[in-house]
Design a protein around this ligand. Sequence first.
Ligand code: NAP
Ligand code: MG
Length: 402
Amino acid sequence: MAKITVKTPIVEIDGDEMTRVMWQMVKDQLLLPYLDMKLEYYDLGVTHRDQTDDKITVDAAQAIKKHRVGVKCATITPDADRVTEFSLKKAWPSPNGTIRSILDGTVFRKPIIANNLRPAVWRWQKPIVIGRHAYGDIYKARELAIPGPGKAEIVFTPAGGGEPLRVTIHDFKGPGVVMGQHNIDQSIRSFARACIAYAVSEKIELWFGAKDTISKIYHARFKDIFAEETSRRAKDLQAAGVRYRYMLIDDAVAQIMKHEGGVLWACRNYDGDVFSDMVASGFGSLGMMTSVLVSPEGEFEFEAAHGTVKRHFCEHQKGNFTSTNPVATIFAWTGALRKRGELDNTPDVMRFADRVERATLGCIEAGVITKDLFHLLATPVAKWETTEGFMNCVAQRLKESM
Ligand code: NAP
Ligand code: MG
């Protein structure tokens, strides 16, 4: 059988630990046998980032800007322990954070639903998509350890001259900590626009939550911009049957637990980080959560929402079997391929992506699953598969469908 040609390059961003192992399996077993594709490869494994002083991460982001479609493996964000473990020059910043701020994108996370898996929250019958604002707040904050008594202030010095604006944060009587956060109207606005566009195209309700009762300037700015943008697009929202709801963030959290789903929940950066993990585990497993970063210019980076699954990798390194779920990694690739096919106008590439997804869900729905899904099955099965066992099932089903 002739291979399917993917016309334009896809930016391939490799990563770390167990996800790097699964990355190779997905390519070798599901993609390379069927596709003739040009991959522009960037190795963001932690030691290679260290060798290049993290330049490779910036290069990868620039490549996504150029080719418009990328797919990324999970990567280690080094903390002090990781610096020691890999003898790194320093604790390099989160690659996802770096790529997000270069693309000024919004991250949408959507659970993959198989019809024989019961979500932990039984009310959730349809996907809850989390739209995470991907710029600023604590991810771009500057922090200071306060050594002792003294006054901490926020000072704004206008570029064009004039009186600085200042506000006292705290009069310290002893040691403590301070943090300065920022965001910019333009980024909040492109976030709101990306969320409206997603909600309109998927025809799902749009929620936004913040804490403007406490943060009457910072959080209130987000609320106001969302109000402006949703009223600007009121006709489109109405035509698509999309309702916009603003809620206090704690109310949104309470409401989501008793909602059936089919919602895009637009979240501020930190809320999106936290609640995407909550929603992922509520739906079953982090291994079933996909993620796409969308820039205002229409550049896309697909990935699994979970990390490098270090605990499983340690077992793998000892030569023990693992049962790690590769589904989100598979769907990162299919998402990238489908988007590439859409942009290149190559329906056969899009059809191939559908086939891979059907083969994957077909295994789960036939009761072939990794351990993380064992207790979620509506009809129990006798055993779960190893990582390799599950991959072999998908590869076999895909082969039969070609
Ligand atoms: P993690 O890799 O997401 O794993 C946390 C736990 O979730 C695992 O130990 C496992 O639970 C379960 N899990 C996650 N993905 C799974 C899968 N595909 N199949 C089965 N179980 C899965 O988070 P972490 O352990 O906190 O972080 C590890 C490293 O990943 C860190 O260095 C962090 O910086 C990095 N990270 C990267 C990204 C990214 O690049 N997008 C995102 C988050 C974290 P059990 O152990 O109970 O089986
Ligand atoms: Mg998180």
